[in-house]
Design a protein around this ligand. Structure first.
Ligand code: FE
Length: 195
């Protein structure tokens, strides 16, 4: 039996959470629990959304809320791949599905530039959060240089369409970017004929 219902159930549960119009702290608290449950099992992500690319890390949209209050993305890092220093401008929850990741936080200095913060190793099953209120700038890297790692991200907006920033590691200078997505079709969660 396909385990795709796990992602469908997660979409429904997170949509119900968003519908309650809670503040960010409450969304992050309850949302982290939902993400932790989703990544506790690694049998539901369709293969097409788990494929690394030799050049770039991949960001596959799995689901977007029709009102763009929410997006769910599978990030696939090939061996040794990493993001640039970037922000999100909305809350985000990251759960490690496969492999392990290194997250390095950055904070803007009042006089300009960036202060490097603590580095954290996120093992399989771990959940982390970002947002403009709790710290929004980071780098995520695959902890492995010999295998891919995959994490599932949930954002409080249509993350691939949001105008946000990447930062120069030396000067801290900001450059606008819109990430887009690596896929052109989302998984069909709604064919229940094989349930
Ligand atoms: Fe990020």
């Amino acid at each position: 039996m396909s385990e795709q219902h796990k992602l469908r159930d997660f979409v429904a549960e997170f949509t119900r959470l968003i519908d309650r119009n809670l503040d960010e702290t409450a969304i992050l608290a309850e949302g982290r629990e939902l993400v932790a449950r989703l990544v506790a099992e690694d049998d539901w992500l369709p293969e097409a959304y788990a494929q690394p690319n030799s050049k770039y890390y991949q960001q596959y949209l799995l689901h977007a809320d029709p009102l763009e209050r929410l997006s769910i993305v599978s990030f696939v890092w090939g061996p040794g791949q990493r993001t640039p220093i970037h922000d999100h401008t909305v809350w985000g929850i990251v759960g490690i599905l496969r492999g392990a990741e290194i997250s390095v936080a950055y904070a803007p200095r009042p006089e300009g530039g960036l202060e490097i913060g603590p580095e954290e190793r996120l093992e399989r099953g771990r959940v982390a959060a970002v947002s403009p209120t709790i710290g929004d700038i980071h780098v995520i890297a695959n902890a492995y240089d010999d295998r891919p790692s995959i994490s599932i991200h949930v954002y409080g907006g249509n993350i691939g369409a949001i105008r946000r920033s990447v930062f120069d590691p030396v000067s801290g200078a900001k450059k606008p970017f819109i990430s887009g997505y690596s896929n052109s079709a989302v998984p069909n969660l709604w064919d229940r004929s094989k349930d």
